[in-house]
Ligand binder design. Sequence first.
Ligand SMILES: [Zn+2]
Length: 408
Amino acid sequence: MAVQINAERLRTRLVELSEVGRTPDGGVTRFSYGTEHAGAIRRVSRWMREAGAEPAVDAWGNLFGVVPGEAGTLSPIAAGSHLDTVPNGGVFDGALGVVAAVEVAAAFRDAGVRPRHPLLLLAFAEEEGTSYGTGCLGSLGIAGRAPAPEALHDAAGRSAADALRAFDTGLPRRAVPMPMAAYVELHVEQGPVLASRDTPLGVVDAIVGIARAVLEFVGEANHAGTTPMDVRHDALWGAADLVGAVRRLARDSGGRAVATVGRLQVTPGAANVVPGRAEVTVEVRSPDGALLDALCGHVDEEARACAGRYGLSLEVARTWRSEAPVPLNRSIRDEIAAAAGDLGWPIVTMPSWAGHDAKILQALVPAGMIFVPSVGGVSHSPREQTAWDDVGRGAQTLCRTIERLDRS
Ligand SMILES: [Zn+2]
């Protein structure tokens, strides 16, 4: 094999990056366009320079660097992930894909191999949507599909436009080069599938679509003692039946969908009052668009049946819907699988149940994703962990994939 990543350097840098925004209990908090984000950009841009990539920041605070290619006319092969975190998030989410992309460029340099395509190293801003409520904001900005920065505000009421104006990284502002020949993202799985199958690598076939709704059952608040059971219109009875129905619908999908009632609000919420109102949120996720639509319809039907059973009325509000599920590029998937094969490591094909920048990029460029196992399936937590051997295998698979793409 020609190009070999330096697993020790990768590990050292991941640990060093995790010190920027380190929380007392070992987590990481890096909000977009804040001091920690700028600090992370300074560190990563230094490593980019060492790897032969000239760093810059675009209008959305995305850091990028380009290693020139041997053939002057080819579009770049891109790799990366995001630098921001959820509050008190983990060390690996996002950071792994960024540091691994830089490591691939460094490994090419160490091996004395000049890629034919330029290598575009990407470190997106605001993937988690923590500050402005829009996930994948940085990649949406590159795609020209982000909301206007003047229209986005953080919890303190400051606009993204103001934050971006004040965001000082010391780097030049430039647009991310387009078009790209390919985009490959290495990421932690954030779930238990790879660990449960005892497999070190996953290749993502599709990124899920997400639909959320708020359903409110309206009955009649009344005395909890004097109202006989057979004349009650208890709104919570409807909501409780719906919680069970949502679980059943998702389980019956045979692993093709998940669904969650994450919030239940009962009004008036007193021990001695029959609930007059009960509001539930239902979130459904699936990598299959038709199934996602069908399940949303089934949830509505079930909710109407639950309401009818107890003489309740029902109000349904669709609060949010992500973009449709996105299948990732077939030939990039094949190259990732072939790269793992070259290295002698098993790899499983699986959907991503979380959103990622690759979902946005896929609309512009053939995109692929590599997953490595998350210990205990834990993520968005200081307990997030991936074994260092798995980190190294993931980065080497990314490197091999890019080598293969560079030749094709
Ligand atoms: Zn992430």
